[in-house]
Design a binder for this molecule. Structure first.
Ligand code: ATP
Length: 210
């Protein structure tokens, strides 16, 4: 099984890395692909260039077996729609279940995603919730696809909806950018190699209203 974890990674931090590692262990994934969103369609343009966000992500996972930095959205023209990414992954991995991980905030806005129903043609969708979180009333489309059996994710290639509680560190890239802009110490929020890169390239020196 292959896990898919998308983000702008502006910059990557331990919130992302810790949850990617937890899901890799929980689901026994062969690999977790960190998909760098080159031109995110649902948010303001990132601050760091695509090349720099890529280098930071590569530094962060360099020594982590099974973590793969996936650059397919960079090569593609136009907005970075996840449905196109999944379609391309499905072509590359025709016989492996694909698990798309999204946060519960993203799940609540899933219906704004381009061709969101088609995500389920190519992958299972796993919603990462905070421990103790209760799933609210679901639309019939989701009820039909929901499973509470992890084994079903292995038995089929795509099409299921599954909720997984994980410990989510309360870290965001926005807070980290502000720490750099304020010249405060970002230690323990993201890898030292990424901190060194940001300082070397004088990234995030100004506040940005996002
Ligand atoms: P920003 O603050 O710039 O919006 P972010 O920290 O939320 O950035 P993104 O790159 O936008 O990071 O998020 C990528 C993915 O990582 C999303 O699916 C998001 O739900 C998830 N994510 C972000 N922060 C955390 C965290 N602290 N713990 C677990 N998952 C996270």
């Amino acid at each position: 099984m292959i896990g898919i974890f998308g983000g702008t990674f502006d910059p990557v931090h331990y919130g992302h890395l810790r949850s990617a590692l937890e899901v890799k262990e929980i689901f026994g994934l062969d690999e977790v692909r960190l998909i760098l969103s080159a031109k995110p369609p649902h948010r303001a343009a990132p601050i760091a260039s695509i090349g720099m966000r890529l280098e930071m992500l590569q530094l962060a996972v360099k020594k982590q077996p099974g973590f793969i930095v996936d650059t397919r959205e960079i090569a593609r023209a136009g907005a970075s729609y996840m449905v196109l990414t999944l379609e391309s992954l499905r072509q590359e991995f025709p016989n492996q279940p694909l698990l798309l991980f999204i946060g519960s905030d993203a799940f609540n806005k899933l219906e704004n995603w381009h061709q969101w129903q088609r995500l389920f043609e190519f992958a299972h969708v796993v919603v990462l919730t905070r421990p103790g979180h209760r799933v609210g009333q679901l639309e019939p489309f989701f009820i039909e696809r929901q499973t509470t059996h992890q084994t079903e994710l292995k038995q089929e290639l795509a099409g299921k909806l599954y909720f997984q509680a994980i410990t989510q560190l309360d870290i965001s890239a926005t807070v980290i950018r502000n720490i750099f802009a304020d010249r405060r110490n970002p230690a323990f929020l993201l890898p030292d190699s990424v901190i060194a890169y940001i300082k070397q390239h004088k990234l995030y020196q100004a506040h940005n209203v996002h």
